[in-house]
Design a protein around this ligand. Structure first.
Ligand code: TEU
Ligand code: CA
Length: 547
């Protein structure tokens, strides 16, 4: 029996504050902008908001490089705006989760400055070496950079302005606990823990074996130390609060996930896995391949089956690092149908749903044409690498960015059809996608048949039917290349979800017996057993015994 919890029943909405709503016209979304849109979040029906980082930061990686964990970046507002946001959300029963980025800090954090200068107590707050190691960075290039003042190399698994903290040092772990406690005492309800399965590193940081991607990863991914450090954090701080954690944990399998989610140790309450994010690439997004529905179905089903009764899934297709799901997995000719079908396919599975801002109105990739349109450090690094190391042409590299750049999902939220998309500034930090003339919140609210209205329905259904949250999951017709079909069961109840992932008309397989079922949701009006392209349906039966 699955243990019940509010964070399993809730629906999370991820806000990328920079791009959500600008309240003062400086081109950057901010906390007062979010406060303005709380009624929108409430009407959507979500119960938890996850804020990407709003802390003090030089913004080398848009806030994922933090220089003061207890201060709000002035671009976003003030601490009193933050307190107000927490209060306003709580008043309408929406919880709030913050991003905890503690694998690394900014190089402008005072801890790093002190470490550079070997101030007592800080010498080994970070990973320093006389000779550089051979690990590679997630953003391309080397993970070791020489520091002129300290005259040693330091480790940074991300940009060189994101030095990795040395978690082996008790004082580092205590400093993190202090930050976590600070925010929980302010009343926040949990954390999304950035790359949390990278915090533990092998003693001595030995060189990695040869590998084209992420050399050195065998020395830190899911290291036993990460488990120990998370247990300590839970025991000393998290367990004293009614909060939850979701870990961002790439390179995990369901077996590894279960190790993080042992109930008594409570290292993480749920995790973001990445296997389904490879459905349209060769494991690394910079090596794209044609999307095949089977490549989405296989990993999702593997995680559903692998965690059932042992762990808890997160259900996501998008975030600030991934491109837009309707552009990736949908079909432009069946744009609205495919956006709704994808939501149906995903959110009726077992786990906590995560909706990334704009996904609920079917926002699409940016389609930038100029290199100067891109702002993301990773995209700019990769551009240089592809041109210089892989000798790609400008054209080919731009094509690659248009497929895989993180900026595709970071364009300003499209509130209406005006020039700035209702974002609040005529000079947004990243260009507004011109398709805001049709794809926007205002249009979606007016149209009863919109993607947004469909998301509202899904969220309402989750509140109404516990089977959607807690039911077991079984694949049906797993081998079918075009249909994603599954069943949920809970006590006597049953639910059948049918999704057509193709532009073909397909008849529901004969052995799917729908007698006694009622259709509780679908993205088209048809009643026959013939599914139209990208059709999705959800059937429910109260008792499998009655019928
Ligand atoms: O992402 C970690 C991570 O694995 C991604 O960097 C991923 O490899 C990359 O986005 C591929 O494009 C987290 C944050 O979500 C991301 O925004 C940060 O840049 C990163 O950590 C560093 O903090
Ligand atoms: Ca602003």
């Amino acid at each position: 029996m699955i243990k019940k919890a509010w964070y399993k029943e809730g629906v999370v909405y991820q806000i990328y504050p920079r791009s959500f709503k600008d309240s003062n016209g400086d081109g950057i979304g901010d906390l007062r902008g979010i406060i303005e849109k709380v009624p929108y979040l409430k009407s959507l029906g979500v119960s938890i908001v996850w804020l990407s980082p709003v802390y003090q930061s030089p913004n080398d990686d848009n806030g994922y490089d933090i220089s003061d964990y207890k201060a709000i970046h002035p671009d976003f507002g003030t601490m009193s705006d933050m307190d107000e946001l927490i209060e306003v959300l709580h008043k309408v029963d929406i919880k709030i989760v913050m991003d905890l980025v503690v694998n690394h800090t900014s190089d402008e954090h005072e801890w790093f400055q002190k470490s550079v200068n070997r101030e007592p107590g800080y010498e080994d707050f970070y990973h320093w070496k006389k000779n550089k190691g051979n690990w590679s960075s997630f953003f391309g290039g080397e993970a070791w950079t020489y520091h002129e003042i300290r005259k040693e190399y330091y480790l940074h698994l991300f940009s060189k302005k994101q030095p990795d903290l040395n978690w082996d040092k008790l004082e580092v772990r205590e400093a993190v606990k202090d930050i976590v406690k600070y925010w929980l005492d302010k009343g926040i309800d949990g954390f999304r823990c950035d790359v949390i399965n990278l915090i533990g590193k092998e003693d001595g940081l030995p060189n990695g074996k040869f590998s084209l991607i992420l050399r050195g990863r065998e020395h830190y991914l899911n290291h036993p130390k990460s488990h120990r450090y998370l247990q300590e954090l839970a025991k000393d701080v998290l367990n004293q609060y009614d909060c939850f954690t979701v870990g961002e944990t790439g390179f995990t399998t369901p077996e590894i996930a279960c190790l993080y989610q042992k109930e008594d140790l409570r290292e993480l309450d749920m995790m973001f896995q990445f296997e389904h994010m490879a459905a349209d690439n060769h494991f690394v997004k910079w090596f794209p391949k044609k999307f095949k529905p089977m490549n989405l179905k296989k990993p999702l089903s593997k995680w559903q089956n692998g965690l059932n009764g042992k762990g808890w899934n997160t259900l996501y297709l998008e975030n600030h690092d991934q491109t837009r799901s309707v552009s990736r997995f949908g079909h432009p000719d069946w744009y609205s149908e495919s956006a709704k079908m994808l939501a149906t396919m995903l959110y009726f599975q077992q786990g906590t749903p995560f909706i990334y801002q704009g996904q609920e109105i079917g926002m699409t990739n940016a389609n930038f044409t100029e290199l100067s349109d891109y702002k993301d450090i990773e995209s700019l690094n990769i551009y240089q690498l592809a041109r210089k190391k892989l000798l790609y042409s400008h054209r080919k590299t731009m094509k690659l960015l248009s497929i895989a750049s993180r900026d595709n999902a970071r364009t300003p939220m499209q509130w209406d059809d005006t020039a700035d998309g209702g974002f609040g500034s005529d000079r947004p930090w990243l260009k507004v996608n011109p398709n805001n003339v049709t794809i926007n919140v205002k249009n979606n609210l007016r149209d009863e048949d919109s993607i947004l209205k469909y998301y509202q329905k899904i969220i309402q259904l989750r509140k109404q039917y516990p089977i959607i949250v807690y039911g077991d999951y079984q694949d049906l017709h797993f081998k079918d290349k075009n249909l994603y079909l599954y069943q949920r069961t809970y006590n006597e109840e049953s639910m059948i979800v049918i999704c057509n992932f193709s532009k073909k008309f397909i008849t529901i397989p004969d052995d799917i017996d729908l007698t006694g079922y009622i259709k509780i949701l679908s993205n088209t009006a048809s009643e026959e057993r013939l599914l139209s392209p990208y059709e999705a349906r959800v059937y429910y039966k109260e008792s499998t015994k009655k019928a």
